[in-house]
Design a protein around this ligand. Structure first.
Ligand code: GLU
Length: 278
């Protein structure tokens, strides 16, 4: 964890030294497919652009960001709507992700360029986190990007990772990436405010704001999954619990809320979310 220090001097005879100390962090941010896609499946460029604005602001405050972004398969599917013939699920995923990832990274590249932020695409597979030689290469890649202020934009390499080689979903990937990069915080953005005590659509359900270490959430978690992405609240909770146990605080929040990242960093007590303490 590092600190930003500002020095201010008055012009008068007396000189005042004012310190404003702000804690800066390395934060892994995961954006789910449902945050980035509209109801019709197309890429929600307005939302994407708003999230880019916030990430740029966090970087200007001194935070280091690693972005794990889903949305490749969903945006490829909407791009290739004209494909009529049936494809099996592996073919679909490979084809849609190949097309969609190009579209996604191109958008990010253009949006971050407006802020002069260089981005780099990191497509990875599960073996890069287990096999020691591959792991070393993955770690080195992340290190060199961060040391050179390049914003890594990470996704699973869906074109080649199939069946048992796949991550459960990008929630799992984001937890592993947060640990590999020694992030201090993992923020998982989905289209729901966090973990509820029951079905989120039930007015009786309450949002769980804080999860202390060791708390069992199994009675609360809904097994229902979102339409665009692979993950669900079950996987988010599992990843959040194991990542928090590794010493990284984890926040699950709604990426469709305006200015969500800035609010989480500046006014968390008044922002709906579920925070897993470590
Ligand atoms: N890697 C997939 C994509 O970019 C998303 C997987 C997930 O939903 O977690 O479309």
């Amino acid at each position: 964890m590092s600190f930003l220090i500002f020095f201010c001097f008055s012009k008068g005879a007396k000189r005042y030294l004012i310190f404003i100390i702000r804690q800066t962090m390395r934060i892994t941010i995961k954006i789910g497919s449902n945050v980035l896609t509209r109801q019709d499946g197309s890429l929600d460029v307005t939302r994407m652009s708003a999230l880019v604005d916030q990430i740029a602001e966090l970087r200007s405050q001194g935070h280091e960001i690693i972005l794990v972004s889903s949305g490749a398969v969903a945006s490829g599917r909407s791009e290739l709507k004209h494909i009529q013939h049936d494809l099996d699920s592996v073919d679909q995923r490979q084809l849609f992700s190949a097309v969609g990832q190009a579209k996604l990274i191109n958008r990010y590249f253009e949006l971050f360029r407006e802020y002069g932020i260089p981005v780099g695409q990191v497509l990875t597979t599960k073996e890069n986190f287990s096999d020691s030689e591959h792991r070393k290469n993955q770690e080195n890649c992340m290190r060199v990007m961060l040391e050179n202020s390049v914003l890594p934009i990470v996704n699973e390499n869906d074109t080649v990772s199939v069946t048992e080689l796949m991550f459960t979903d990008n929630d799992e990937l984001s937890g592993l990436m947060a640990q590999m990069t020694q992030s201090q915080m993992l923020i998982i953005l989905s289209n729901i405010d966090g973990i509820y005590t029951g079905d989120p659509s039930d007015p009786e359900s309450r949002l769980v704001s804080i999860v202390k270490p060791g708390k069992d959430l199994s009675d609360y978690i809904q097994t229902k999954k979102s339409s665009a992405g692979r993950g669900g609240m079950q996987s988010k909770s599992t990843v959040a619990t194991s990542t928090a146990a590794a010493g990284i605080s984890v926040i699950i929040a709604n990426g469709k809320r305006d200015d969500i990242l800035l609010k989480l960093m500046n006014d968390r007590d008044n922002t709906p979310c579920t925070e897993f303490l470590c």
